[in-house]
Ligand binder design. Structure first.
Ligand SMILES: NC(=O)c1ccc[n+]([C@@H]2O[C@H](COP(=O)([O-])OP(=O)(O)OC[C@H]3O[C@@H](n4cnc5c(N)ncnc54)[C@H](OP(=O)(O)O)[C@@H]3O)[C@@H](O)[C@H]2O)c1
Length: 370
């Protein structure tokens, strides 16, 4: 390890953060490594809300060995008294020589102040090591603090001809076991999973984490008229059902009697519930990331509202003919007017292929006079 470049230590900090996803919301997921004489002397990740931040954990582990050493941290250290004391104080007190921070904190109460504070305390500070990786890591938190809504990932298992179900609505199972296990892993990392009532009625999903170890996320259902049967598998504690304001008290009480929570939100002008209101309510509960598991109508309306951030599609080598499309959306006129994915990652899972990327929205075509 003695000759390892700074990038290797930052990569280690990123790996620590990736292992802690979800457990820290609404705090950002941060990893930190303290290095002295080319050797890792302390590591830390942000703990649950109210617990110590990554830097404090890592410095505590390093103890006296942090003096004169380097700190590699995926996000700019915080400089404000939130639920815990400022990390910059801990770094200064530890006598660290240099700090390598991945990205500037998008949270307006920090936003560069942490770095300036460290510099004015005489600590050499560098920002931007492994910039792309660190930006990707902080993207959900950036969305949460800048747009007051969670990061939205659309997830679906589809046939090679782009369907999530046959025309009759049959969808079990399009993908194989490895892909389904991977999808459970995504669930375990999300703060919430969300479906439309069409999916709840057709598939009766449980939306719990089963094929891997992990905690169940909050289950969220969009159901304007509360059509969901009270015996549905996703009903019960740990479920939040959004509905339109005018549902009968009797119906709402029946859903609430299962242990599920209900919340009224306005209807959208074009039908269904107002998605901004839904996502704002989820952010209000401190939820930073939501995995949307269908169906096509919900995916379609999130895309057309410009609210879907990322797609994670599992493509199975199956063909079903004219079935239900993964996005129930009117077609665009030309391919250029459609959407594309950036930062694309592909992974083979058994016979299936996972394609994941950040959704890039088309820019309105400029008129010739421009
Ligand atoms: N292969 C896969 O990965 C996968 C995953 C999921 C589902 N599926 C399949 O997809 C089918 C169900 O999809 P679907 O498109 O019919 O239903 P859906 O998207 O699950 O649910 C749509 C319904 O949700 C409610 N909703 C409330 N607000 C909404 C909003 N803003 N935008 C969109 N919907 C909103 C609406 O009903 P109200 O107006 O009554 O509220 C709407 O009809 C099933 O056949 C299922 O098997 C496949």
């Amino acid at each position: 390890l003695t000759l390892a470049a700074p990038a290797a230590f930052m990569r280690r900090a990123i790996r620590l953060a990736l292992g802690a996803r979800h457990r820290t919301s609404p705090n950002p997921t941060v990893g930190c490594v303290v290095v002295r004489d080319g050797e890792v002397v302390g590591e830390g990740v942000t703990q649950r809300v109210g617990g110590p931040h990554a830097e404090v954990e890592a410095l505590r582990a390093a103890g006296e060995r942090a003096r004169g050493g380097d700190v590699f941290v995926t996000l700019e250290p915080c400089c404000h008294h939130g639920r815990t004391p400022p990390c910059t104080d801990a770094i200064v007190a530890a006598g660290v020589r240099r700090v390598f921070a991945g990205v500037i904190d998008p949270n307006p109460v920090v936003a560069g102040k942490g770095v300036r504070l460290l510099e004015s305390a005489g600590i050499e500070t560098h920002v931007g090591l492994l910039d792309a990786e660190n930006r990707r890591l902080i993207a959900p938190f950036r969305r949460y603090v800048t747009n007051a809504r969670p990061w939205i990932t659309l997830k679906a298992g589809l046939t090679l001809d782009g369907c999530i179900a046959t025309a009759s609505g049959h969808s079990k199972w399009i993908t194989g076991e490895a892909a389904r296990r991977d999808a459970h892993r995504l669930r375990a990392r999300a703060d919430a999973v969300m479906v439309g009532v069409g999916t709840a009625l057709a598939d009766d999903p449980q939306l719990t984490v089963r094929m891997v170890k992990g905690e169940d996320p909050l289950r969220v259902l969009l159901d304007s008229a509360l059509r969901v049967p009270t015996a549905a598998a996703l009903m019960g504690r740990g479920t939040l059902v959004f509905h339109a304001p005018e549902v009968s008290d009797e119906r709402r009480r029946a859903v609430a009697a299962t242990g599920a929570e209900t919340q009224a939100v306005p209807r959208a002008a074009g039908g269904g519930l107002d998605l901004q209101a839904v996502l704002g309510a989820l952010a209000g509960r401190g939820l930073v990331s939501v995995l949307v598991e269908g169906g096509g109508r919900l995916h379609g309306s999130l895309i057309s509202a410009g609210l879907a951030d990322e797609a994670c599609f599992y493509l199975a080598p199956k063909l079903v003919g004219r079935g239900l499309p993964v996005l129930d959306l009117p077609s665009v006129a030309t391919v250029g007017e459609g959407w594309s994915l950036d930062e694309v990652e592909t992974r083979r899972l058994g016979q299936d292929v996972r394609v994941r990327g950040v959704i890039r929205y088309p820019v309105a075509p400029r008129s010739s006079e421009d």
